[in-house]
Design a protein around this ligand. Sequence first.
Ligand code: ADP
Length: 160
Amino acid sequence: MKTAVYPGTFDPVTYGHTDIIERALKIFDKLYIVVADNPQKAATFTKNERVAMLKDSLKKHNSSIEVEYYDGLLLDYVKSKKSSVIVRGLRAISDFEFEFSRALLSRELEKYIETIFLMTKDDYAFLSSSIVKEIAMFHGSVRGFVPEVVERKLKEKFRK
Ligand code: ADP
């Protein structure tokens, strides 16, 4: 069985993320989606909220995904799942430099683990969790950018 790990902050999950997940599922039989914390940024949603929104948004892929929170070293998580592939999404050239150095570092630490990059649908090239939160904060519409459950949670979070 071909498996891969897709890590991210998912604060919250957007259609950019689900697009990458659906592309990855065409290549891999099972995808471990791992919700992590970004030490540089305080999260808006709790880890349980982020996991729940992902699970809810990906119901139709239930049998081929696993979503969980992890706060250790990503490479250890990949090994614990007996996988050897990390999937990351690319939006624009601006993502490249960061992703490139991260992928090389992880290869340095663990040679057999490969990072692969999938390119988003061009409609989502501008989409990020931060943009979505900014729109929601000012009570704009995020329809078409995030799954329904996320739209609801954003409304609750940024209620007037
Ligand atoms: P991180 O803080 O680890 O970058 P994110 O949740 O922001 O976590 O993103 C997780 C992964 O999804 C990253 O590889 C990121 O580049 C990718 N990603 C985020 N938004 C999009 C998008 N709109 N299109 C394609 N990939 C995306």
